[in-house]
Design a protein around this ligand. Structure first.
Ligand code: ZN
Length: 182
């Protein structure tokens, strides 16, 4: 279940260490991540480091390969279209989109791995992710708004796709140049 980071008790990332964010062009970001098979202390520690890294970078989502780790897991802390907040770590996520023709939303999208730039990116207006929590229990997250965008963006990362890969080549080149990556 998503947890409320404002609730009493330890917050996600409190025991983790913020690691450097990997930038576009590093092979780990352009390769599908390996599914997780061990729900152990090492996975729990990785998730803590991912939350710490995401919060340190002021992100709303982070995939494991963004800190250089080849593991199919992402974390997020963002709001849906109604402002309801979800904080979650999802292991081996599967993205489920409405069947076409599906409603699209166009809005600003950015990525910690392409720092400092944002651009309008079309996405499905609603999205669902099913997977496991770090203890191996089933989780299902239904999202609208930023949460829907985040679910699609982070699952993309684990498939080796950075959102700028979905944009026209000319736009992508301009954005990578603006981010100082080309
Ligand atoms: Zn990203």
């Amino acid at each position: 279940m998503p947890t409320d980071r404002t609730a009493a008790g330890p917050n996600p990332g409190d025991t983790g260490t913020a690691r450097p964010i990997v930038h576009y062009g590093e092979p780990v970001l352009h390769t599908p991540c390996t599914p997780v098979t061990a729900f152990d202390a090492a996975l729990a520690a990785l998730v803590e480091d991912m939350f710490a890294s995401m919060y340190a970078a002021n992100g709303v989502g982070l995939a494991a390969n963004q800190i250089g780790v080849d593991a199919r897991v992402f974390v997020l802390d963002c709001e849906d279209a109604d402002g309801a907040r979800t904080v979650a770590a999802v292991v081996n996520p599967v993205l489920i989109l409405p069947p076409p023709p599906r409603e699209l939303m166009v809005g600003d999208e950015g990525c910690l791995s392409v720092p400092g730039v944002f651009t309008d990116t079309p996405r499905a207006a609603t999205a669902v992710v099913e997977g496991l929590d770090p203890d191996g229990h089933p989780v299902r997250i239904e999202g609208t708004g930023t949460l829907a965008r985040c679910l699609q963006h982070e699952t993309d990362h684990l498939d080796g796709t950075v959102y700028v890969d979905r944009l026209p080549a000319k736009t992508r080149k301009k954005m990578l140049a603006e981010a100082g990556l080309r």
